[in-house]
Design a protein around this ligand. Structure first.
Ligand SMILES: [Zn+2]
Length: 221
């Protein structure tokens, strides 16, 4: 047995969200942003958990947007574990049915159970031999958090930062200046080798986004 963090990324629902399963050799695991939207995607996630004998400890939302929370009800009822999110995301989360309808998603109240615990800046989430530090990073949406593993050298960022792009700030509770401040103070202060797992699209690193991200180059000039 070693302490290495293992990471599996699935792409779910029509908005192509990255649903991330983190686990290690203890088999304890967390599911981040469960975006499963139909039987096939639910089965794909459940099979992975079963085939790897994973024991899910938490379901975690990086932020309350519909594509990231669509599978909350399924995962909570399947694994009977706490759902974690940031309290500031609740007003948007409570409108999930309306947002789902706007995207033509087939969802109802049971898909969006109330969170069991709130995360806030400075919290540490533990599973197996892993520790995730909670960074509060609003700007894309209120209640946006990033989850940083110093030991594994990686950070799960939701829709705050993407490879060569940044999160939208034109959606409800978005704010461009706040987003830039979150990236500058919470993400660009991490080691440059830190691997970034965004909520959509490919992985990147803090160093490469500092050098090449056209939306953020002004921060490092
Ligand atoms: Zn989002």
């Amino acid at each position: 047995m070693n302490n290495d963090l293992k990471i599996r990324v699935f792409i779910f629902n029509q908005i192509e969200v990255n649903t991330i399963v983190l686990y290690d050799d203890t088999r304890e695991a967390v599911i981040i942003d469960p975006g499963v939207c139909n039987f096939i995607e639910r089965q794909q996630l459940a099979d992975f958990v079963k085939d790897n004998s994973l024991k899910i400890k938490y379901i975690i939302n990086t932020h309350p947007h519909i594509d990231h929370v669509l599978g909350n009800g399924y995962c909570v009822s399947m694994y009977k574990v706490p759902l974690l999110m940031h309290k500031a995301g609740i007003p948007v989360y409570d409108r999930s049915i309306a947002y789902g309808a706007a995207f033509g998603m087939d969802c109802d109240k049971s898909d969006f159970p109330a969170p069991d615990q709130f995360m806030q800046e400075g919290d540490v989430i533990r599973f197996g031999n892993q520790e995730l530090q909670v960074l509060y990073t609003p700007g894309h949406a209120d209640g946006s958090v990033c989850l940083y593993s110093p030991a594994a050298g990686c950070v799960i960022v939701g829709d705050v930062l993407f490879a060569d792009s940044i999160g939208r700030s034109d959606l409800p509770t978005g704010n461009h200046a706040t987003l830039i401040e979150s990236i500058k103070t919470k993400l660009f202060t991490l080691p440059e080798t830190t691997v970034v797992y965004p909520g959509h699209g490919p992985t990147t690193t803090i160093g490469s986004e500092k050098r090449d991200n056209p939306f953020l180059r002004f921060l490092t000039l």
